[in-house]
Write a protein that binds this ligand. Structure first.
Ligand code: 8YV
Length: 328
């Protein structure tokens, strides 16, 4: 029997490719070329599945051009690159990689929070530039993390991981806002109190964004929200570009409307708003919150398991639109 054809849209761990090749005819991109939409569509022709990494947009137009496609397996927990309703209408399954990255991503949220609060990269740039000639009482004086108020917008698995770190590790008071409130048990475990978005903006010393990107969360933090924050507050975004209005944030940082920001994700990444590159009080990282070797390996294997599980055994592990399975 012919093996199903799959496309792996980006370079992956060689052993993951080897696993996929045991089950599929694989077209890969180990050269890690950046394909245009047309190039992606051309390569998707005749494929039953695609391994994506969050950067490849799968929408009605792509689906119409690739009628053989049955599954898109994202190597990411976020799936805003998928038009899920269009996929469901076309009976194409979407899968993502939840859980395996939760703790690693929460670790990084905390790393960015601490680097931002304690001005780590600003200090490093100063030192590397040879500007450190004497100690000064207020040199790179930042804000305290321990005992401060940690605000979390979006309280899914990663948000809860950040809450636990803040409450149990740093004695922070944790407040959160989310579409739905956590169960009393989870709130107690995270030592987190539910507040309105306004209260969250007003009271957080450190505000971490961990909500999914959607039309509803586009520019959830813009000029009006930044204006409500404390002038001493720090903002951390490990969620998605587009949740923050980057131009407004750069202005707020320049005007010291808020103290500092730590950003791992950007509107239109890998491009970064030029104003963010020139303000000093921002820590910038290139979308690496899930980037540890074991976690990236686990994400890649889970995406591969979803392709194998669905196309070979009819049982994907982490389906996003299981109604497609029910209809099959
Ligand atoms: C990915 C992420 O590395 O999982 C997510 O949603 O943002 C990251 O962990 C990125 O999306 C590339 O796949």
């Amino acid at each position: 029997m012919n093996k199903p054809a799959v496309l792996v849209a980006r370079a992956v761990f060689p052993e993951v490719l080897t696993r996929l090749e045991q089950h599929f005819q694989v077209e890969h991109n180990q050269a890690d070329e950046v394909w245009s939409r047309d190039q992606l569509v051309a390569r998707l022709k005749g494929k039953a599945g695609v391994f994506t990494t969050g950067g490849e947009r799968i929408d009605a137009e792509v689906l119409a051009a690739c009628p053989t496609l049955k599954i898109c397996a994202n190597m990411a927990v976020g799936f805003n690159n998928f038009d899920l309703p269009a996929m469901t209408a076309a009976k194409v399954l979407g899968t993502n990689t939840p859980d395996v990255l939760t703790e690693t991503t929460a670790d990084f949220g905390f790393a960015l929070l601490m680097a931002t609060a304690r001005r780590v990269t600003e200090g490093e740039h100063y030192l590397r530039a040879g500007q450190w000639t004497k100690w000064a009482y207020d040199m790179f004086a930042g804000s305290d993390v321990h005992g401060s108020t940690l605000g979390i917008l979006g309280m899914g698995r990663i948000g809860q991981g950040i809450a636990r770190r803040g409450a149990h590790g740093f004695g922070m008071k944790v407040i959160y806002h989310n579409r739905s409130r956590l169960s009393p048990e989870l709130e107690a475990e995270c030592k987190a109190s539910y507040v309105s978005k306004e209260e969250l903006l007003r009271s957080s010393d450190h505000l971490v964004l961990v909500l999914p990107y959607s039309a509803q969360s586009h520019h959830a933090i813009g000029p009006a929200e930044l204006a409500q924050m404390k002038p001493t507050a720090n903002l951390v975004n490990i969620a998605r570009g587009g949740i923050v209005d980057d131009a407004a944030l750069a202005q707020a940082l320049r005007d010291r409307r808020i103290a500092a920001a730590g950003l791992d994700v950007f509107e239109g990444e890998p491009k970064v708003h030029p104003d963010l590159l020139t303000v000093p009080n921002v820590v910038l990282t290139p979308h690496i919150a899930s980037a540890t070797v074991p976690t990236r390996r686990a994400m890649a294997n889970l995406a591969a398991d979803n392709l194998i599980g669905f196309l070979v055994n009819g049982k994907p592990l982490t389906p996003l639109n299981p109604e497609v399975l029910a209809a099959a």
